[in-house]
Design a protein around this ligand. Structure first.
Ligand SMILES: Cc1ncc(COP(=O)(O)O)c(C=O)c1O
Length: 418
């Protein structure tokens, strides 16, 4: 009998389409779809030199599951107490993260055990959802948000509800209304997923007053708050704002991030930071054999030698330049048919198209011209997402940004309804 996946796949696997982004109908000439760090920022020489040095220094230990030590004179492996690394990840990396983030975010209580290392921050988000949400419990997300986080909440069977956002991010009054609705419906609200700095996909930053109000509501309703800070360090203009993790006084905020956007996605090195008890809950749902010792050792050394901050500064110069090119070209070619705010950091322009533009045919023309962007529907559902477009300007070379956004502008102008 031929295998039939409908009979074999679990309810979870059959519970919805996997998150994938279909290939465009025509060859892609201008890829503004994925939010990827610019290849020109990858620290190739530094990583090459460090890799050789770490192999010379640590030899085979760099390639183990966990830290062992080796006594060459006696030809003995020395077991040091490092089994915790199977769960939390390489200790040296976690120590470095604690120092770097502690200094950068002004947090004085961070130590190695306030971290769990993960394969990119997406895994950290997935583990947090498993750690804090039971099926049927209430989860809150911004009305436009990171599709992977939303998909994990759905897979967990959470009751997920959307909180309004505006040009200052999540609206606290809307959060309060949703929380009251949960209570009125007899649902326990439990988990808030929020991107306060360079929100995805809108790029907006939440002001301090809202951050504080959201923490007050979290306290009042006894929530766990997951602050996604994956873009937080990519600020090329304006002042850094205090993170929710740094403002929290009640031990209910955890913060996810990674090196994917600041250094290189192939490292697949992310983390969750937070109070030890909450990190312990993530550890309790981890059922793999941890993250790579190799990339952790590499990045621990990168941090220890003070290479990360100057690297981020150089990368931010690149993104500022690309942002300026994107803004100028969109203004010139899309003109009065789109509105957007100019982001002070990260990778994206979030365009709202004028109602006079025929959305479907503008998208079709753009993709036939080889322009690949991500439509709003991917972040906020079919109805609400219509007429919004996310442009990732981070990855494309400058000349492609200019030519591709000019082609997008033409597709938009050609489809203004009479
Ligand atoms: C908002 C947001 N969070 C998290 C991630 C996760 O990336 P990674 O798993 O590479 O850290 C992304 C990547 O696009 C993102 O946009």
């Amino acid at each position: 009998m031929p295998a039939k996946v409908e009979r074999l796949a679990s309810a979870l696997a059959q519970g919805g389409a996997p998150l994938f982004f279909p290939d465009p109908p025509a060859p892609v000439t201008f890829n503004f779809d994925q939010g990827i760090a610019a290849e020109e920022t990858f620290p190739l020489e530094e990583l090459k030199e460090l890799s050789a040095r770490i192999i010379d220094r640590d030899e085979g230990r760099a390639l183990e599951y966990i830290s062992f030590d080796y006594d060459k004179a006696n030809d003995d492996i020395i077991y040091i107490s490092s089994y915790i690394e199977l769960v939390l990840g390489h200790t040296g990396m976690r120590e470095q993260l604690a120092q770097w983030m502690g200094a950068k975010q002004g947090i004085d209580w961070l130590e190695a055990d306030n971290y769990i290392l993960t394969s990119g921050s997406v895994q950290a988000i997935a583990m947090a959802i498993n750690a804090f949400l039971d099926p049927g419990e209430g989860a809150l997300v911004e009305a436009a948000s990171f599709p992977y986080a939303m998909r994990f909440m759905q897979m967990r069977g959470a009751d997920m509800r959307a909180v309004e956002i505006d040009e200052h991010g999540m609206v606290p009054e809307s959060l309060e209304s949703r929380l009251k609705e949960f209570v009125a419906d007899g649902v326990r609200p439990k988990f808030l997923y929020v991107i306060p700095t360079f929100q995805l996909p809108t790029g907006v930053v939440m002001p301090l007053k809202r951050r504080l109000r959201i923490l007050e509501l979290a306290e009042e309703y006894d929530l766990v708050v997951l602050e996604d800070n994956v873009y937080g360090d990519l600020r090329y203009e304006g002042e850094h704002l205090p993170t929710l993790l740094s403002l929290d006084r009640n031990g209910r905020v955890i913060q996810s991030s990674s090196f994917s956007k600041t250094v290189a996605p192939a490292l697949r090195l992310g983390w969750m930071a937070g109070p030890k008890e909450l990190i312990g809950a993530l550890a309790a749902v981890r059922q793999d054999l941890g993250t790579s010792q190799w990339t952790a050792r590499l990045m621990a050394e990168f941090l220890a030698e003070g290479k990360l901050e100057p690297h981020i500064e150089r990368a931010n110069e690149v993104y500022r330049r690309k942002r300026d090119i994107a803004v100028e070209t969109v203004r010139e070619h899309c003109g009065e048919h789109v509105t957007f705010s100019v982001p002070e950091g990260a990778f994206y322009l979030w365009l709202a198209l004028d109602e006079s533009v025929d959305w479907e045919s503008a998208q079709r023309d753009a993709s036939m011209a080889g322009v690949f962007c991500r439509p709003g529907e991917k972040f906020m559902g079919a109805e609400a997402g219509r007429g919004f477009l996310r442009i990732a300007f981070s990855h494309a070379p400058d000349h492609e940004l200019r030519r591709g956004l000019a082609a997008l502008g033409k597709a938009i102008r050609d489809n203004v309804k009479q």
